[in-house]
Design a binder for this molecule. Structure first.
Ligand SMILES: *[C@@H]1O[C@H](CO)[C@@H](O)[C@H](O)[C@H]1NC(C)=O
Ligand SMILES: *[C@@H]1O[C@H](CO)[C@@H](O)[C@H](O)[C@H]1NC(C)=O
Ligand SMILES: *[C@@H]1O[C@H](CO)[C@@H](O)[C@H](O)[C@H]1NC(C)=O
Ligand SMILES: *[C@@H]1O[C@H](CO)[C@@H](O)[C@H](O)[C@H]1NC(C)=O
Ligand SMILES: *[C@@H]1O[C@H](CO)[C@@H](O)[C@H](O)[C@H]1NC(C)=O
Ligand SMILES: *[C@@H]1O[C@H](CO)[C@@H](O)[C@H](O)[C@H]1NC(C)=O
Ligand SMILES: *[C@@H]1O[C@H](CO)[C@@H](O)[C@H](O)[C@H]1NC(C)=O
Ligand SMILES: *[C@@H]1O[C@H](CO)[C@@H](O)[C@H](O)[C@H]1NC(C)=O
Ligand SMILES: *[C@@H]1O[C@H](CO)[C@@H](O)[C@H](O)[C@H]1NC(C)=O
Ligand SMILES: *[C@@H]1O[C@H](CO)[C@@H](O)[C@H](O)[C@H]1NC(C)=O
Ligand SMILES: *[C@@H]1O[C@H](CO)[C@@H](O)[C@H](O)[C@H]1NC(C)=O
Length: 444
């Protein structure tokens, strides 16, 4: 137990010399074997997987609540791409344990401190579960959860400031309530696009159009398709855009655009997809000179939250290739190189955050944690994006999905409760940052 908890913290322990894990990118069997090792390692960070002493669906402090949702989403993609279903039951149980009393992923423990981006992260995992027909549940149940969160976010769309958009945080007392960000709006957009594809219901695609248009109009996506973090609400406007760039919101929006392109086949969405893909690859693969890199923080030190981000980009790049196969010619060279680099800095104790081959020391360079395992696994398993066809693509329920009554609870939110130590960490970090007067917001 102690070992697990300390690993989840920012444990700077030596991974070197690492021998890497074997990965032959030309062999499906080798990719599956490497992914299997990494998935096993990732599950090892989730203490409830083999012990009843830990809360189901949670990672230990100081890991953020959202990161558990991302861990489950990563494992759903693992099962979908490799066919290895051994973790499906713990994933299903983990998701179900955190749905909360309104079945909207706002459980009492978290509802006061979770941001719109965090809540949407769990909804995206539920969406993945619906698409992959995750065992121990069924598409209807998972779809209902995703739809409920969608409707919650629709209710929170805030026309009163910045001509629209979701705020980062939900409640006025939370630091970050006066900030609108690309992660919250990007996840909302992706959720709407995937619900649209899955159900054929125009309500979702209309909202996807609205959210994307607003995000561009506000300059969170600029004319060159840079995706910026967000903006504080000043004089009811979002004009002071904070131009730090993280891979996670860029990847989230990219996936949503690929889904909209897949649904519509339109040249308008294709142009957005091409622009966003080109810019996202240029920024986070450093003009094609490096494997995936969290450019905003790797040189200076990423937070635990930030360390998981490039894995989410990898996950959603794989989804992008599924939705728009022509993009694979552009993506795969960089993706493959990243997967190889990631595998080379993993061993059976964890994975380093740094894939650039320039970090060979042990002084905090070799940080193994949940996030770095999500990163490596996402790029390794994503090599199998074409294998999904063999397993059956996400089911499309053309407009006929039955949404249970509970699913349309239209924006009911949980009553705020007192914060627990882990969940309040992000808010305190933001407070510290704002007190110091920095404009660099911690995005999550
Ligand atoms: C539970 O899993 C952890 C991590 O994989 C492992 O170290 C531990 O031995 C397991 N415990 C039991 C009781 O199987
Ligand atoms: C809520 O927090 C308590 C105390 O940490 C924990 O025992 C419980 O399992 C948590 N509930 C959920 C649904 O995670
Ligand atoms: C799917 O799940 C829903 C909600 O739990 C349940 O009502 C329904 O009977 C399930 N359908 C099947 C085919 O198992
Ligand atoms: C807010 O904007 C959305 C999207 O443009 C629109 O659908 C909705 O009706 C607006 N809400 C209000 C209260 O004006
Ligand atoms: C489409 O989805 C919206 C949002 O959940 C829902 O209100 C509406 O009833 C759905 N329409 C159909 C035909 O299912
Ligand atoms: C918001 O920005 C618009 C366009 O720049 C400007 O016309 C308007 O006065 C601003 N609103 C406030 C309250 O400053
Ligand atoms: C982006 O587009 C430019 C101009 O067409 C091209 O030179 C560059 O290689 C592209 N970048 C990537 C990563 O594809
Ligand atoms: C990437 O290319 C652009 C345009 O050529 C250049 O301005 C920028 O400095 C390059 N960045 C890196 C890290 O090489
Ligand atoms: C949509 O996705 C499917 C599944 O990957 C693919 O076969 C199809 O070609 C895609 N549509 C477009 C327009 O790319
Ligand atoms: C990473 O390792 C290099 C080489 O050993 C060392 O120079 C550098 O200071 C280390 N960086 C950190 C953040 O510890
Ligand atoms: C809504 O969900 C709750 C909890 O799962 C359940 O007890 C209740 O019967 C459901 N209500 C309806 C109308 O389905």
């Amino acid at each position: 137990m102690v070992r697990i908890i300390s690993l989840c913290a920012l444990a700077a322990f030596s991974l070197y010399p690492v021998h890497g894990i074997n990965l032959d990118v030309t062999s499906v069997d080798s990719i599956k074997s490497a992914a299997s090792s990494l998935a096993s390692q990732l599950v090892g960070y989730y203490p409830a997987h083999n012990s009843t002493d830990f809360a189901v669906g949670l990672l230990p402090n100081p890991c953020s609540w959202w990161e558990a949702g991302s861990l489950f989403d990563t494992l759903i993609q693992y099962a979908h791409l490799t066919g290895d279903s051994q973790y499906n039951s713990i994933v299903s149980a983990g998701l179900q344990a955190q749905v909360g009393q309104n079945r909207d992923f706002a459980p009492l423990n978290e509802s006061a401190t979770e941001g719109n981006d965090d809540q949407a992260t769990w909804a995206l995992a539920a969406m993945s579960a619906a698409e992959a027909q995750l065992a121990n549940g069924n598409a209807t149940q998972w779809l209902a959860l995703a739809d409920t969160v969608f409707n919650v976010l629709v209710q929170r769309w805030d026309n009163a400031t910045c001509s629209g958009g979701l705020r980062w945080q939900v409640y006025a007392f939370a630091i970050g309530f006066d900030y609108k960000n690309s992660a919250s709006n990007g996840n909302f957009f992706q959720l709407a696009s995937r619900l649209a594809r899955f159900t054929g219901n125009a309500t979702y695609s209309n909202w996807a159009n609205t959210v994307y248009a607003w995000t561009k109009q506000t300059g969170f996506i600029d004319s060159k398709w840079n995706v910026y973090d967000g903006a504080p609400i000043v004089n009811d406007n979002c004009t002071e855009v904070n131009k730090v760039q993280y891979s996670y919101p860029a990847g989230s929006i990219l996936s949503g655009v690929a889904h909209m392109y897949n649904i519509t086949g339109s040249s308008t969405w294709q142009a957005e997809l091409n622009g966003l893909l080109n810019r996202t690859l240029s920024v986070f693969f450093v003009n094609g000179t490096a494997p995936a890199t969290e450019v905003a923080c790797e040189a200076t030190g990423c937070s635990l939250d930030q360390m998981a981000m490039k894995g989410l980009l990898g996950h959603w790049l794989a989804d992008t290739m599924q939705m728009a196969p022509y993009t694979s010619a552009t993506i795969m060279p960089l993706f493959t190189r990243s997967a190889q680099a990631a595998a080379s800095v993993c061993d059976d104790t964890g994975c380093s955050e740094f894939w650039d081959g320039k970090h060979t020391g042990i002084n905090g360079n070799a940080t193994g944690d949940v996030g770095t395992s999500i990163d490596a696994l996402s790029f390794v398993q994503g090599l199998l994006w074409q294998e999904a066809g063999l397993l059956g693509l996400p089911a499309t329920v053309n407009g006929t999905a039955t949404i249970p009554v509970n699913a349309t609870s239209s924006g009911a939110t949980s009553t705020p409760t007192k914060k627990n130590a882990g969940a309040s960490m992000r808010a305190e970090t933001s407070l510290l940052i704002s007190v110091l007067g920095f404009m660099m917001w911690v995005m999550l």
